[in-house]
Each structure stands twice: as structure tokens, then as C-alpha cells.
Design a protein around this ligand. Structure first.
Ligand SMILES: CC(C)(COP(=O)(O)OP(=O)(O)OC[C@H]1O[C@@H](n2cnc3c(N)ncnc32)[C@H](O)[C@@H]1OP(=O)(O)O)[C@@H](O)C(=O)NCCC(=O)NCCS
Length: 145
């Protein structure tokens, strides 16, 4: 099925919809909610939304650390759309987009459960020791663009 990608402006209706998806996939299962402060801190980030037949199916957030380094955060695919290649295609799109913008390295804090996905499918490497975030084991993972 046709998948389209769009960088949506902060505070637009489209970006607000991504927060709903992120809540359902990443926060609600942990019994957590986003705070106003956390969401406001994303003002200068890039918000990528993925659509299938007009419906939001996946999203992620890109945060600029410096001119070379971009942090990929909040990767979420709607539950009924997981394991269909959407996450992989969306991240590959973000790599191409970042490369065109001149960034050199993408990195993320990957949940233990998703580390294999980033490593096997997307060419990320684990850097350093695992650590705890939102009560779960995470790895720092990096990829040269
Ligand atoms: C993890 C996630 C982003 C992957 O996106 P997706 O669209 O489901 O993944 P894809 O279909 O593109 O996966 C591509 C490949 O990775 C594998 N894969 C997907 N999720 C995986 C996971 N959690 N662990 C290991 N492998 C995984 C798939 O089996 C597939 O491999 P295959 O084609 O050989 O079968 C998505 O499942 C998701 O949102 N999960 C819940 C939230 C989450 O964990 N987010 C990441 C936080 S770091």
C-alpha cells in the first residue's frame, strides 16, 4: 500500500495527531503521559508523520544535537500496522532526508526490544553499555548517514 511521509509543523493539527499516536504506542503501555513541558521542548524538533491512504500510521521525532548529529526519538508505528515494513521505510526516509540536510550521524536510545530491528534492518551499531530510561533497558545506537 502507498506510504507517504511528511515533516509536519510543530503545533499543527498533523503534529498534534502524532502526539496521540505516540501516546498510544509509547506512553500508555507504560502508564505514563507526556507533560506540557516535554511537548513544549519539542518546538524546534522535526516531526515526521507517515500516512497510508490518508491515515496516520507512524511517526518519529528528529532532534538536532549539532550540525552533524541528529537524534531519532519517539519512533512509533500504529499497532495494527506493525511488522509490515512501515517502520523500516519511515526510518530509511528520515536517513535520506537528514543526509540531504547535511547531517552526518543519526543516533537513538533504542529500547532493548527494538535494538535488533535497528541493527539488522537499518545498520545501526550499539555504542557503550546499556542504561535505564522510562524504566526499561536501552542502548545508544548510531549510524553514519
Ligand atoms: C519497533 C517498531 C518501530 C518497528 O516498526 P515496524 O513497522 O513494526 O517494523 P518493520 O515491519 O519495518 O520491521 C522490519 C523488520 O524488523 C523486524 N522487527 C520489527 N519490530 C521488531 C522488534 N521490536 N524487534 C525485533 N525485530 C523487529 C520485523 O520482523 C521485520 O523483519 P522481517 O522483515 O525480517 O520480518 C514498531 O514495531 C513499534 O512502533 N513498536 C512499538 C514501539 C517501539 O518499540 N518503538 C521503538 C522504541 S526504540
Amino acid at each position: 500500500m502507498d506510504l507517504t511521509f511528511k515533516i509536519v509543523p510543530f503545533d499543527s493539527e498533523e503534529q498534534k495527531a502524532t502526539i496521540g499516536l505516540r501516546h498510544d504506542i509509547l506512553r500508555a503501555p507504560l502508564g505514563m503521559v507526556f507533560t506540557e513541558e516535554q511537548l513544549a521542548a519539542e518546538k524546534d524538533d522535526f516531526h515526521l508523520a507517515s500516512y497510508q491512504e490518508g491515515a496516520l500510521v507512524a511517526c518519529l521525532v528528529l532532534h538536532e544535537k549539532d550540525a552533524d548529529w541528529l537524534k531519532m526519538r519517539q519512533v512509533a508505528v500504529a499497532e495494527k500496522c506493525q511488522r509490515q515494513g512501515i517502520g523500516q521505510q519511515m526510518i530509511e526516509f528520515s536517513h535520506q532526508w537528514a543526509k540531504e540536510k547535511g547531517y552526518k550521524i543519526m543516533f537513538c536510545h533504542a529500547r532493548h526490544s527494538a535494538a535488533d530491528f535497528y541493527e539488522r534492518k537499518l545498520g545501526y551499531a550499539i555504542v557503550g553499555e546499556p542504561f535505564e530510561e522510562v524504566g526499561m533497558k536501552h542502548f545508544r545506537m548510531e549510524k553514519e548517514l
